[in-house]
Design a binder for this molecule. Sequence first.
Ligand SMILES: [Zn+2]
Length: 484
Amino acid sequence: MQDQIKQQIERLRSQGATYVDARWYPFEESNQLLMWNGNLKNASFSRESGIGIRVLYKGAWGFSASSDLGGLSGLFDRAFENARVAAERVTFPVRLAEKDAIQAKFESPCQINPFEIPLADKVAFLKEMDGRLDQKGVFQRVSSLTFIRKQIVFLDSEGSQIEKLITEVFASLEVNGLDEHGESFERKFRLDRRGESRGWESLDRPFFAENAERIVRELNQVLTSDQCPRDERSVILLPGIMYLQTHETIGHALELDRILGYELAYAGGSFVTLDDFGKLRYGSEKLTARADATLANSPGSFGFDDDGVPAQNNLLIDRGILVGAITGRQMVEEANAIAHRSIFSGSGGTDRATAFYRVPIERMTNINIDPGRDGTLEDIISQTAQGILLDGDRSWSIGSNREQFHFGTEIGWLVEDGKLTKPVKNSTYKGDTLKFWNSLSAVGDSSTWQVKYVDNCGKGQPNQVMQLGHGVPVCRFDNVRIGE
Ligand SMILES: [Zn+2]
C-alpha cells in the first residue's frame, strides 16, 4: 500500500503539483461506554479506515478522502483537480515553511490494548464505580469510558514516511445532587496523567475508588454550603479549573490561524495581533507558558504532526512576555508575509486532523504553565489574606476574541487570614484576560503541577474534535471579581 501511495505522490509531482501528502489510516477504532444510575446507556464501537490526500498547486490546496482505497489514482486525481480549481481563486498563495524529510515511527505508551479487553470487564469496572457513587446526597451518577486506537501512515512528496500508533483512554465519574431549594449541583473526576502509560492499565481501581469517595463527599459539602460571596478577592485555582483557564485564554488565543482570522466565522478570533509577538506583556513575570508536544504520555504528544513536523517544546509566554504561538507550516509563512518580518522561524509542529477525511489545522498540543517558586498549595493558602480556592469546571463563557471570560466552578472554599474556612456553592469568577494574567501573584511548585487531559476540544469547519493536555500548577490571581 505504501508503495502505491508513493507512486501516486510522484505521479502528481511529475504533473506539476508543488507538494503532495497522504495520511493513510489502516484503522481507527473507538469504543465508548456510559453508565447512568446503574444502567448501561451506551456501549458503542466504531471502526473506520481510509486515506486523506492534500495537493498544493499554484498556491492552493486541494483535498480528497475516501474509505475506499480501490480507486487510489482517481482519488489523487480528484485532490489535484480540486487544487487546480481553487488555484483560480487564490487571494493569498499558500507557502509551506521548510522542514526535514523524516522516516520515523511513534507509538504512544500503552501496556494493555483496551480493545483486547472483553466488554464484560469494562462494564464490570463501570458497575463497581457506579456502586461507589451510589450514596446519600447523590441523585444522579454517570460513569464513562472512552477508548481510541488508531494507526496513521504519513507520506509526502518531500520524502517523509512516518508511522504512528496512538492509544487513548479517557474516563470520568460524575455525581449530581439537589440542595434544599431543589437546585442541582455537580462534582466530577476525570482520569488524567498518572504513571507512564495510558492503556487499560491506567484504570487503577483503588485510585478511582478514592476519587469516587472524594467527589461524593465534596458534592455533599456543596449541597449544604452557603452561596459564594460577591466581592473582589484572590482566587487560587486548582489544576481542575486552572487547565480550562489556560485552555481558553492562552491556548485558543494563541492558535496562529485564529490570530489570522481563520476561525472568525465559527468560534471567534483572538485579541492577539502579529504586532504583539516579542513585546506584549501577557501576564506577570511569574507566567511562563509553553506548547510542549514532547511531554511523555499525554494526548497532546503525538511524535509528529500531520504535516510531518517533529514534536517540539516551544515557549509561548516567557516570564510574562508573549513570544510564541501554536503554529504549523502554512500559517507561519502567511503570518511572516503579512507582518513583513520573520516572527516565526518555522513550523511549531502542531497541525493535526481529527480523522483521515479532515484537513490538518493548528491544534493545541500540551499547553502548559511552568511550575513556580511559591511552594505547595498549603504555602500559597497560608500566604493569602482573603481568597477563594476553586476547582472543577461547571460553566464557561468566553469573549469572541478571548478578551474576557467567566467561569463557574463546581466547588469553592473560602480562605481567610491564611486558612481554609468553609466551602461555598455557585462559586464563579470572571475577568479580562490580560488584566487577569497580569494579576498572577503566586505559582505553585512541581508538587502542585498536574497534567489534565482534554478529549473534546472543538475547532474548524467542519468541526474537528481533538484530544490534548494541559500541565498546570496551582496559581493565585489577585483582585478578581467572584460570585457574579
Ligand atoms: Zn478547546
